[in-house]
Design a protein around this ligand. Structure first.
Ligand SMILES: [Ca+2]
Ligand SMILES: [Ca+2]
Length: 282
């Protein structure tokens, strides 16, 4: 390798690192549960999220910033059968180097079918394409991103779209929009914790633990957003000239395929009965 090749390689590596750093927005890196398999144990990972409000903030009318939580992914190779469901657990984890007050994190999560971009350039709320999509949906005469009235791309209680770009001002021909289709959510605590947005179902006990199971899912890729469910933390966790980052919190996320024996056997029983009736009819 001559010095010119070496120089180009070093320069490209430096650019790639700088680019990744600048554009490390929605990423599933180290948060990919892979293809869920019935015979496999559930798998889990501990991550650190930025702010105690990231999920709850995205349940209101002006949505939220996708940076204030973590995206995870998993894949279903086949549609879920009636006797299995996907179980998701989010639980506060105090054994991390997180900076937020220990024992205060309340988790919330939303599940979507579809994936944001998985290779660079990654998607982010302020990319030109993300802003253009918000403007097309909500106009340009308000505050927020591009006057759309939204403070971010992320909608915790419905469908949303986000674009990738190497630029925040220009839409490049290679940029694309990804659509995330809402499946459902779970939130730790009550409306006293996660706020008053219509349709939120909490688990009633703000103890740092929340879980939900999802059945009837189609084959495909899924995105899971996990973030804080403390809506009021928006006003208590504020950035100032002295404080330039939000407090962080540890959260352990578990995803797995689990059996639903009672429902499964009931449905199977029903299917068998139908088959018998059909046979008699014929
Ligand atoms: Ca909001
Ligand atoms: Ca709980």
């Amino acid at each position: 390798m001559n010095w010119i090749t070496k120089f180009i390689l070093v320069a490209c590596t430096a650019l790639a690192i700088a680019g990744n750093k600048a554009l490390a927005h929605i990423s599933y890196s180290n948060r990919d549960f892979g293809t869920l398999i019935i015979s496999a144990d559930v798998s889990n990972t501990t991550q650190v999220v930025s702010s105690g409000f990231g999920w709850a903030d995205a349940t209101d009318a002006d949505w939220g910033d996708s940076h204030r939580g973590r995206f995870f992914r998993f894949t279903l190779a086949n549609p879920l059968s009636a006797d299995h469901s996907v179980r998701i657990i989010a639980e506060r984890n105090l054994n991390t180097s997180a900076s937020g007050p220990n024992g205060t994190f309340l988790p919330g999560f939303s599940l979507f079918s579809g994936l944001a971009h998985t290779t660079s350039p990654l998607a982010h709320d302020s990319s030109a394409l993300s802003v253009q999509w918000l403007q097309q949906q909500f106009g340009t005469n308000s505050t927020g991103l591009g006057g759309s009235g939204k403070e971010g791309s992320f909608n915790a209680l419905g469908d949303w779209s986000i674009g990738n770009s190497v630029s925040t001002s220009l839409i490049n021909v290679s940029d694309s929009l990804r659509n995330l289709t809402y499946i459902g959510h779970a939130a730790d605590g009550t409306s006293a914790d996660f706020g008053n947005a219509v349709g939120i179902v909490g688990d009633g006990t703000a103890d740092g633990f929340v879980t939900a199971t999802f059945s009837g899912l189609a084959a495909g890729d899924y995105s899971l957003f996990v973030g804080g469910a403390n809506y009021a933390a928006q006003t208590t966790e504020v950035l100032t000239t002295e404080v330039t980052t939000y407090p962080t919190y540890g959260v352990n996320v578990t995803v797995g395929l689990v059996p639903e024996p009672s429902t499964g056997s009931l449905l199977l029983g029903g299917a068998a009965l139908l088959a018998i009736l059909r046979r008699r009819k014929g």
